[in-house]
Design a protein around this ligand. Structure first.
Ligand code: C5P
Length: 217
């Protein structure tokens, strides 16, 4: 048997997109499938961790042994994370959280007005990962960065800005929505490309790297 590299560790993961309502039938979301976050939850559970998964609206089966909390919006995701982060050893932010939400959601379905455009005011959502990383006694934080260009520069900058020890970067063309992914890990030691593969294989490589960075109990 493979050694249980995360035995006794509590891991909290966010996955999927968020959905930010405009009215009762419409909203803003993105193409995240949740597959990478769910693959990581599965890998962490296989490695012996006690896993809590906060999931946005996705069509993914809950991995065996994983505690799942379903949410819709970024604000709900933040609440669920903050309510569960205490005593967590590792936080992995995989969710593609909407950067902005409509300032207000209409109570009733919005009707078309005669021929004119429509402006929706957006306000910024909180950055859940940065908030967790800034806690007084933070868990080991892992961030994800999906970029469409300049992967290395953006990834290194994001790791520094959010103050996370490990950042997983991928080009959106390579990963978002699909079953495979091609990622590069960034930590204090530098840049570590992971062989491209199925999201489950990539998740196992990320978990192995991450487990090697954790302080012994
Ligand atoms: O800044 P950007 O959205 O590219 O950062 C991506 C990383 O930050 C991911 O780990 C994502 O889960 C996390 N994030 C977050 N809350 C946000 C935006 C991003 O936790 N509002």
């Amino acid at each position: 048997f493979a050694p249980k590299r995360l035995a006794g560790r509590k891991v909290l993961i966010t996955a999927g997109p968020t959905f930010e309502p405009i009215d009762p039938v419409r909203g803003i979301t993105n193409i995240s499938s949740g597959k990478m976050g769910f693959a990581l939850a599965r890998s962490c559970a296989d490695a012996g961790a006690d896993v809590t998964l906060v999931a946005g609206p996705v069509a993914q089966p809950t991995p065996r042994g994983v505690r799942r909390i379903d949410v819709q919006t970024a604000l709900q995701m933040r609440e669920a994370v903050l309510a569960n982060v205490l005593a967590t050893d590792v936080f992995i932010g995989v969710a593609a959280v909407a950067d902005y939400r409509p300032a207000t959601a209409a109570d009733h379905k919005m009707k078309k007005t005669g021929g004119e455009g429509l402006t929706i005011e957006l306000v910024q959502n909180p950055d859940i990962l940065a908030e967790v990383a800034a806690l007084p006694n933070p868990p080991f934080c892992v961030g994800f960065a999906a970029e469409s260009q300049n992967l290395d520069t953006y990834a290194a900058a994001k790791r520094a800005k959010k103050r996370v020890p490990l950042l997983v970067a991928n080009l959106v063309q390579d990963g978002m929505g699909g079953d495979t992914n091609c990622v590069v890990l960034f930590d204090d030691a530098g840049r570590h490309p992971v062989p491209a593969g199925a999201k489950d294989e990539v998740a196992q490589a990320i978990v192995a790297h991450m487990a090697g960075m954790l302080r012994p109990d």
